[in-house]
Design a protein around this ligand. Structure first.
Ligand SMILES: [Zn+2]
Length: 149
């Protein structure tokens, strides 16, 4: 199922962990999750792709609660609501992609440059004003710290 022109529900549900662990509910999210994923694609991912004119690789979109727990995701992670995606773009470094989104006019809730490996971006259609909060996740003594970015 298309969510927008270039984004599919199926890719937003991809989870190797869910397959390996047999968490089948990952692949049958409720309608609210689908609606949130569509809003994320409509408001952030599709306009970003249109601007870049390159494919966006999504490594994690929706996470059912059991998958989120299994990978030690934050309990209140926006991934659990279908409001976030972890992305890369082939020809850009993580920092370049982060700066591109940060310096764009896109409305997003949270943007996190994660460990120079991927960019987390979220959108919440259920609040009046998305925060456009920009952070960097880094490891300090083995613990994740979020720094203003
Ligand atoms: Zn994420």
């Amino acid at each position: 199922m298309h969510l927008t022109k270039n984004f599919y529900l199926d890719e937003m549900l991809t989870s190797q962990s869910a397959v390996r662990l047999g968490f089948d509910e990952q692949f049958t999210p409720d309608q609210a999750v689908v609606d949130n994923l569509r809003a994320l694609c409509q408001n952030v991912l599709q306009p970003l792709r249109d601007g870049l004119q390159r494919a966006i690789l999504t490594s994690s979109g929706y996470r059912c609660p059991r998958v989120n727990q299994a990978i030690n995701g934050a309990p209140n992670s926006q991934h659990v609501f279908g409001q976030a995606a972890d992305i890369k773009v082939g020809h850009l470094t993580t920092e370049q992609l982060y700066q591109r989104i940060k310096n764009s006019n896109l409305v997003f809730d949270q943007l996190i440059q994660e460990f120079d490996r991927w960019v987390h971006v979220s959108y919440n259609p259920n609040i009046a004003a998305n925060r456009r909060q920009c952070l960097r996740a880094v490891k300090v003594d083995g613990k994740t710290k979020y720094l203003p970015g």
